[in-house]
Design a protein around this ligand. Sequence first.
Ligand code: BGC
Length: 759
Amino acid sequence: MKKSIISLMGTLAMMLLASCGSPSTGSWVSYSGDRQVERRVDSVLQLMTLEEKIGQMTQFSANWSITGPVMSDDFKPYLEKGLIGSIFNATSVEGIRRMQQIAVDSTRLGIPILFGQDVIHGYKTIFPIPLAEACSWDLEMMRRTAEIAAIEAASDGINWTFAPMVDIGRDARWGRVMEGAGEDPYLGSRVAEARVAGFQGGVDGKALVEVHTLLATGKHLAAYGAAEAGRDYHTAELSEHTLRNVYLPPYEAAAKAGVGTFMASFNEINGVPATGDRWLMTDILRGEWGFRGFVVSDYTGVNELVPHGFAEDEQHAAELAVHAGIDMDMTGATFIKNLTQSVEEGKVPEQTIDNAARRILEMKFLLGLFDDPYRYLNEERARKNSMTPEFMETARKAVAASVVLLKNEDNLLPIPKETEATLALVGPLMNDSINLNGEWAGLGDRNKSVPILKGLTEKYKDSAVKLIYAEGSSIDETTPARIAEAVSAARRADIVVAAVGESYHWSGEAAVRTDIRLPEAQRQLLGALKETGKPIVLVNLSGRPLDLSREEEEMDAILQAWFPGTQGGHGIADVIAGDYNPSARLVMSFPRNVGQLPIYYNRKNTGRPVDLNDERVDYKSNYLDSSITPLYPFGYGLSYTTYVISDLALDKSSMKAVDDRITVTATVQNSGEREGEMVVQLYVRDLVGSVTRPVKELKGFQKIALKAGESRQVTFELRAEDLAFYGIDMKKKTEPGNFTLWVAQSSDDNGNEATFSIE
Ligand code: BGC
């Protein structure tokens, strides 16, 4: 397309201004102080019409169809007029290049497009789902897997990922718990920081924009996981007390780690949909946390203010959203269709539009897109950086580090290669590759994922262990004949290994279950196998904690393998054969039944706490038909070795409420016969507060490796500020009083306890 002289001059002027200074040294954290970037953005803004600025605030989806028709018609006209800021779900490199070409060469100002994608747990190399990875408690590993995802994606033209999802998950019915780091605000915050650093590059929150990094998104602000009854998009009704003390910390941690963007959540909180919530999106996010990046709505989140009953029509919705602090409208087109009129009618100050467009342009500068709009498109880099042996190795280790050993009666596991035994390999997920990647793995080739059967076959090749296979059941269907086949295999074997669980579609967005047991067909299969009397190792694959009460009773060993990704079969085989000693610890409580949900370890005590050793007492906070404790608690996980914690000591028994710290030490011993890694957990209870305090709160952890028999002292620095919370006056501070502290192997381990006070 030919450009007019005027547009060419405009573009040139802008490019000249835009290219002074190196964008690749900009820092997400400090760019707001970077006068040079500000000046360059100003120079562009000055050239822009109102409509072009609103265009920057507009994002469309390419609907994955970019390899077919070049692009869907609904956004093509906008693209050609320079009225699009960002496009997502464009998955072909060629398609991205062509769209960028139109934006740069054929529009009046030639402003490059930001290309987004849900790069959630890997791009081509798929890592275990985020909930699984969090169970490794290995922050460096999570940083690295996010970094690898960024390296792979940032060659295919993607420069923005809608991750990390940092929503606290306390309710296993909600399918999106798979995307987060579980139920704990402290661990969730550390994981948020690690993932932001991994995607955006740099360490310690000093993220530097490199060509192999992606702009990250803290999502979904806020409390999306507090949806009533776990139903997706549902109402969240929660006090400011719980919002601030439980749900907001991981978002705040992401903001402080320099995340470039936030995404608003779909839900309402206390009557106000997040997308229209100025208190959340501006007062807290920008005012309190100092966030300087931009905020994108969720998919049609602005339009949804109408059915929420918060806006009269889409124009009103757009006005409310932009006033709240939403800078970009994802797919809904409400901004581009309405805001020009709203400004002209005096309903939205032009300054509001300028601020939003400025924030978006700043990110484009920082990503280097003004210097080279194609810098993220590099076929050679993509070829070199896709599913490399090193990435595969990291993925395999990530699988092994994420598998939680929940039960291991009579040390049935591991089954080393020297074992003279026949294994009957059964279950719907034993020879499956399609489900392994889990949800949100759009670009991962499901056919390339290693089935467990393949992993075990390679592992035990030429060894004393013999394998026979019979599926026995699909995920939710079986027949007597199929069960009989599996039973016959079990009878001919010494040990049964059954890979069971959910279909990957059963978790993720809009994937909510009210019955979180294994499907009936699989329960029938397991029941029949149990009758053979053969010991059974259960490998459970799921995107959420399941109710495994019956399996806990009937199975001999249980491995929670989540959705493990590309290297699933190999990583799981490493654990089964004992080449990796399981070290993962749960980050979400496993309930005994769905009726216990929501369930989490950091609960309140109530005025009528029940004695956990004797729960059946009348008029106590208990259940008539269930324990109040989970089946497997937060922080829990077994190993092929055993550990003992002892010698808990505090360097002093009291500290000041400000600028003070207590040094906590304890000895951790590997008391078993094989090397292993242990997650040492520090919990605290604040006995009395201006508002009630949880019965336990995680305040620190360390993952340490110990040889058989080895002992090591671990040290935690507990700072007074680590104990701060939002009290009765809704101010965050550390209140004086008495505390109990535990150094523990799990949230229900009370073996090493000490007390201290705050003056
Ligand atoms: C999800 C977001 C996601 C977006 C784009 C929405 O439906 O809630 O998490 O980033 O779609 O795919």
